[in-house]
Design a protein around this ligand. Structure first.
Ligand code: IMP
Ligand code: MG
Length: 173
């Protein structure tokens, strides 16, 4: 597979995002909420670049559609267990594509009345957006290609690739 982003490029972007978060929340604490399963690797690396008191939690959603794209219906399958009221919440997501998942999650998280709510997305495909949602911290804007690796899957495979690769077209839909 063709590499789009090397592990070194990913590490540099994650370091930059961690520094930005550290600066923006200086003197405060943050709750990092990873969207399972894709954001697991990103969250674990990002957390180590944040020099603040940080706690973790995880949330999981199911979205209907094909292996490659969300159909629009998003369902919560695992909620957070941490109280988020008056906390600085950073939702950590692998990729922002149509925006339907994050629109759903943003609404859900805001019901918990956090003090601040920010979105950190490693990847952003702005050309694919159907819902108006923006990430506050973005690693890379990428073209409209289906990518795998570093947590991102195709039918649950390839999450463990250390680099982010472009999945070749052809018969995999
Ligand atoms: P959205 O709701 O369309 O923004 O989709 C977000 C979710 O779709 C992500 O959390 C991923 O699970 C999945 N996704 C979107 N694009 C890709 C991709 O290029 N590779 C792997 N998963 C993707
Ligand atoms: Mg996925």
């Amino acid at each position: 597979m063709q590499i789009l982003l090397t592990r070194q490029e990913i590490a540099a972007a994650v370091e930059r995002m961690g520094k930005d978060i550290t600066r923006d929340f200086a003197g405060e604490s943050v709750v990092l909420i990873g969207v399972l399963k894709g954001a697991c690797l990103f969250l674990s690396d990002l957390a180590r670049q944040i020099e603040l008191n940080a706690t973790f939690d995880f949330i999981a959603v199911r979205s209907y559609g094909t292996q490659k794209q969300t159909a629009g219906e998003v369902q919560l399958i695992k909620d957070v267990t941490t109280p988020l009221r008056d906390q600085n919440v950073i939702l950590v997501e692998d990729i922002l594509d149509t925006g339907l998942t994050l629109t759903f999650l943003r609404k859900h998280m805001l019901q918990h009345q956090p003090r601040a709510f920010k979105i950190a997305a490693l990847l952003d495909k702005p050309s694919r957006r159907l819902a108006p949602v923006k990430a506050d911290y973005v690693g890379f804007e990428i073209p409209d290609k289906f990518v795998v690796g570093y947590g991102l899957d195709y039918a649950e495979r390839f999450r463990n690739l250390p680099d982010i690769c472009i999945l070749e077209e052809g018969g995999q839909e």
